[in-house]
Design a protein around this ligand. Structure first.
Ligand code: HGY
Ligand code: MN
Ligand code: MN
Length: 422
């Protein structure tokens, strides 16, 4: 079966989706349940309906577009990703998996393929932690990792709960109903940009676009660190005896970097991405600082050791500087492992298409991390220029995206079973 991808149409759709943004192009900002996010969702549902897919949304806004198979007794095979985008991001992160999944289905339809199993495209709500501080809300609730009462109580920076915001956005019903029983899907395959440099580097060295078959997804953990010192007048309060919360925070940030480097393992990473200073005035000594902490590793035990080392450093710095410190762990997830069967299907599809591939690890987390709790999963990576992501200059070429979509389409056809009507 020859599979042709309409790269021009797909590229046009990626550009059209990027226009639903709260940032100046080429940057994209699309925070969950914002006006732009809701407009993007409405536009996507039209595209799904145009392809003849049956569209439904759950109580937290996960959106499902199903291509009905001939055998409704069989669990569906699924693909998909997210379209929310962190502030000043690019236009490919997540989007390639949703629009690429749609184009994979359309390409199979054009090829006259009829799936035995239904093929379901999923757009997950809030993969990014931007608004509610916890990533993958939609897939966590589907997999049962995140309890509905805990999800409902999550608050955004304005103090609004997820429960209020989702209902204002038009998503009603109990969050308990989001849960998906294991066995509902026979498999889940996510197409995504690598967000790292490995494939792009290999492409430059070997002049062939390699795709990445993801064997493991690193274990993410995030926390919030609050440091309370003593404020005061920046001029009148002399240096001796100051309890400056931002000076303590600065030591903590360097301790995070040191703890991540100290394992000597390339897979250990530690980042402080947010630093909120109060009162944040030129001539006022910072009395309170909030830091976000993101620690990851492919080895969960090594990550936990780094987390413990950071927590010990935070307490030591707090004691020495006379400031109070509090660490709230928001999530600490295990690594996810891909299914050998789905990796084999992806390998077969790459070889059938004559496309180079390599096995690799994902250091970013994805909805696949949580779908792995309820179905066999695997991820398919395409290169992104310079490995750049979560930046406005994130880029993957139409050819690279087209190759990924072709392999995805062939893999879905294999996993769904079926063929062309005789
Ligand atoms: O942070 C991550 O790994 C993902 O991009 N949300
Ligand atoms: Mn992302
Ligand atoms: Mn993503």
């Amino acid at each position: 079966m020859k599979i042709d991808i309409d790269q021009q149409r797909l590229n046009g759709e990626i550009d059209a989706l990027a226009a639903f943004s709260d940032a100046e192009a080429p940057a994209v900002t699309r925070v969950v349940f914002s006006e732009q996010d809701l407009r993007a969702r409405a536009w996507l549902k039209e595209r799904f309906a145009e392809a003849g897919l049956a569209v439904r949304e759950d109580a937290v806004g996960n959106t499902f577009a199903r291509w009905q198979g001939t055998n409704l007794d069989l669990p569906a095979v699924a693909t998909g990703s997210h379209v929310d985008a962190i502030p000043h991001a690019g236009k490919y992160d997540g989007v390639v998996g949703v629009l690429g999944g749609l184009e994979a289905i359309r390409a199979l339809q054009r090829a006259g393929f009829r799936p035995d199993r239904s093929i379901e495209l999923i757009m997950f709500t809030s993969e990014e932690p931007t608004r509610f501080g916890l990533g993958c809300l939609g897939s966590r609730l589907m997999s049962g990792i995140l309890k509905p009462f805990a999800a409902a109580a999550l608050r955004d920076a304005e103090g609004q709960t997820l429960d209020t915001v989702r209902q204002q956005a038009g998503f009603h019903g109990s969050l308990e109903s989001v849960r998906v029983a294991p066995g509902t899907y026979s498999g889940f395959v996510e197409l995504h940009i690598e967000q790292g440099p490995i494939l792009d580097q290999q492409k430059r060295e070997q002049e062939k676009v390699p795709l990445g078959l993801v064997t493991h997804i690193a274990a993410p953990a995030s926390s919030q660190i609050t440091i309370e010192g003593e404020g005061g007048h920046a001029g009148a309060r002399l240096m001796p005896g100051r309890r400056d919360a931002l000076c303590a925070a600065s030591e903590i940030i360097l301790a995070v970097e040191q703890a991540a480097l100290s394992t000597g393992a390339i897979d250990t990473v530690g980042t402080v991405g947010i630093c909120r200073v109060h009162p944040g005035a030129v001539n006022s000594i910072p009395c309170r600082v909030q830091l976000s902490l993101d620690v990851r590793d492919t080895d969960a035990a090594r990550r936990d050791r780094v987390q413990a080392e950071i927590e010990a450093a935070v307490r030591e710095i707090g004691k020495r500087r006379g400031v109070s410190v509090n660490i709230e762990v928001i999530n600490s997830d295990p690594p996810a492992e891909s299914s050998p069967e789905i990796l084999t299907a992806l390998t077969t599809a790459c070889e059938a298409e004559g496309i180079a591939y390599r096995r690799m690890v994902s250091r970013a987390y994805h909805d696949s991390s949580f779908m792995s709790r309820i179905a066999p999963i695997a991820m398919l990576f395409i290169p992104c220029r310079g490995g750049v992501s979560h930046r406005a200059d994130e880029y993957s070429s139409p050819e690279e995206i087209g190759q990924g979509v072709r392999v995805l389409a062939r893999t879905l056809a294999m996993l769904a079973g079926g063929g062309r009507p005789v």
